[in-house]
Design a protein around this ligand. Structure first.
Ligand code: ZN
Length: 189
């Protein structure tokens, strides 16, 4: 997991939007989370993600060490539907409950299968998405745009957002900061 942390750290230093959003060092306490799997996590090692030259090394590190990650899927089927629950998963790389402890920022590695729809949801923490691989249509109440590898998208505290995964699976690094860091996103009605 250290190698994945190092790649996240390098991307946060080399990408201007990520660097402006937060900074963290790699000298973090290892929470010693054991590996867990979900229905979706086993497919990640064999998925070919459409990357960029910036994101390719981190994708390779995630695929190489995917079986050491503490994969989770925390939505219920009644909230998101069975297909979404079966083909989405994430792990917390950095954060209060992550592989590496940090109480000021939280970093997730998140996966969605192709053509999944992530309905409107929100959370108190501010957020930046960084696309590692694949493509998705991002929506807020003010804009809709397609994001691909090396693109970022910022969400304000409690700003409702939604996403449609396009024809390829999506792999992202998501960073949170501010209040509500230890909470989960909630589906908006
Ligand atoms: Zn969000």
């Amino acid at each position: 997991m250290h190698l994945i942390l190092q790649h996240a750290h390098m991307l946060c230093n080399s990408n201007r939007e990520l660097k402006n959003f937060c900074q963290f060092n790699t000298n973090l306490t290892d929470n010693n989370l054991g590996p867990t799997i979900t229905l979706a996590s086993s497919s990640i090692t064999t998925t070919k993600f459409k990357s960029s030259h910036e994101t390719f090394p981190m994708i390779e590190a995630i695929k190489k060490y995917a079986d050491e990650a503490n994969w989770r899927q925390t939505y219920s089927i009644s909230e998101v539907g069975e297909d979404f629950a079966n083909r989405h998963c994430y792990f917390e790389l950095v954060g209060p409950n992550g592989h590496f402890y940090n109480n000021t920022i939280r970093g997730f590695v998140c996966y969605w299968g192709e053509y999944l729809k992530y309905n409107w949801h929100s959370h108190e923490a501010e957020e930046i998405y960084y696309i590692l691989g694949g493509k998705a249509l991002f929506k807020t109440k003010n804009m809709t745009k397609v994001l691909k590898a090396n693109d970022t998208q910022f969400h304000k505290s409690w700003e409702s957002h939604a996403m449609e995964i396009l024809e390829e699976p999506l792999l992202t690094l998501i960073l949170w900061r501010g209040n509500g860091l230890d909470k989960l996103a909630q589906i908006d009605d």
